[in-house]
Every structure is written in C-alpha cells, then in structure tokens.
Write a protein of this length. Structure first.
Length: 241
C-alpha cells in the first residue's frame, strides 16, 4: 500500500471517529466505503474497522463508565451475537450490491420519517424491544458493518445524553471484540491490517477528541437531529459508494 493510500486511510479514520464521538455511532458507515476500496479484501477492511472501533468505543466506555446502563444492552447483545454470526457466514467477501442499495433507501426513508415524527415516536427499552433491536443490529452488522443505526434509535429515549453515549459505546466495544475475534479466526487480521491500524491510531484519537467537543455542546434535541440527519447521510453513502 502506497503513501497516498495510507494518507487517505488516516483522513477517513479521523472523520469516522469524529462522527462516532459526536453522534454516538457512524464510524463504520463513514470508513467502510473507502477502506473496502483500499484494503486487499473486504474482510481485511472490516477487520481494520473493527479494531479501530474497539479503540474508540473502549476509550469512551472507560471514561464514562459511571453512566453505563448495562441492563439496557444485555438483551440486544445476546440477540446480536448469533444473528451476526449467521449473516457473516451467509455473506461472502463482499455484500450484495442490490441489498446495499435497498438498505440505503430504507435509511433515507427512516431518517426522514424520524425527523418529522420527532417527539411523537418512542421506542421503549423493554426486554422484547432489546432482543428485536439486537437481532436487527446483527443483520445490519453482519451484512454491512452497520450495527449502530438500530441501537442509536433504541437508546435515544435515555434522559441523559452521557448515559446514551456511554451505553452505546459499551455496546460497540462488546461487538467490536466479538467481530474482531471472528475476523481474526477467518484470517483477515493480516500484516497490512495491523500496519494500517498502527498508523491510524493517532488520527482516530484526534477525531474522537474533536467529536467529543461537539457532543459536549449539544443538547438532547440537537443530538437526536444529528443522529437522524446522519441516518440520511448514511443512506446516501450506501447508495453512491
């Protein structure tokens, strides 16, 4: 991999980390399109994304550990594990282009729907809702590395935005550990991945710091609008990339 490619990876990782810290999710949505084009295989791109996601999420998890709502993410994670495993086994090296386009259209429609119904639509954090959310996250995570969209909607009903950020980042850290292990056993944590990971750590850290500064200045309504708006952007990215 040449210098220009590494520079592009650094830039996209900074942007992905910034979005993740500011909105609570979105790292993989931002970086996967570029990483899948630059890395030798889609599996290696996903492996690198998971390693970097683990660093971002673990840092916020430790810093905000007093705000973590463990019971809220227990059932989603229990549903996520088997579903995502099946999805990874079904999908080969590259997601189906038609499915990716359909998902992008769905995200755009959902984002518009949520913006216009903001304040009138609520997802209760019950055991059943957690299991359904975890299963949907497993499908999107296994197929497209996009587990964050369902979880962000599920957790937005939290009263404190610090609880939201701490809990969703803890979920992502757990998912990243699991997914990194899967990709490692599949042979995707190659020397190229590890070199790119080491080069990207500083960019990810700087992006997280910048994104957290933006997050600190958001009130709860602005945070919701940012999440819904990024869903629209995510849908467009999935269609055009």
């Amino acid at each position: 991999m040449d210098t220009a490619a590494f520079a592009l990876i650094l830039g996209i990782c900074f942007l992905g980390s910034f979005v993740q810290a500011a909105c609570g999710f979105g790292f993989a949505v931002v970086v996967m399109g570029v990483l899948s084009a630059l890395m030798p295989s889609f599996g290696e791109a996903a492996g690198l994304s998971n390693l970097l996601m683990l660093c971002v999420s673990a840092a916020f998890m430790l810093r905000l550990r007093g705000h973590i709502r463990w019971k809220v993410i227990l059932w989603p994670f229990l549903a996520y594990v088997p579903v995502s495993f099946v999805m990874v086994r079904i999908v080969a090296a590259d997601p189906n282009g038609v499915m990716q386009t359909l998902l992008g259209i769905g995200l755009i429609g959902l984002g518009i729907y949520m913006i216009f119904l903001q304040g009138r639509l609520h997802i209760r954090m019950t055991r059943a809702a957690g299991l359904v959310t975890g299963a949907v996250s497993g499908v999107l995570g296994g197929l497209f590395c996009m587990a964050g969209v369902p979880m962000s909607l599920y957790l937005l009903s939290m009263e404190e935005k610090e609880d939201y950020l701490a809990t969703i980042q803890t979920f992502f850290a757990m998912v990243a550990v699991y997914s990194t292990a899967l990709h490692g056993f599949s042979g995707f944590l190659t020397g190229t991945v590890l070199r790119a990971f080491l080069y990207s750590i500083l960019a990810v850290a700087l992006g997280a710091v910048a994104g957290k500064l933006v997050f600190n200045r958001m009130n709860r309504d602005v945070l919701k609008k940012a999440v819904y708006g990024f869903m629209l952007v995510s849908g467009v990215l999935l269609i055009v990339l």
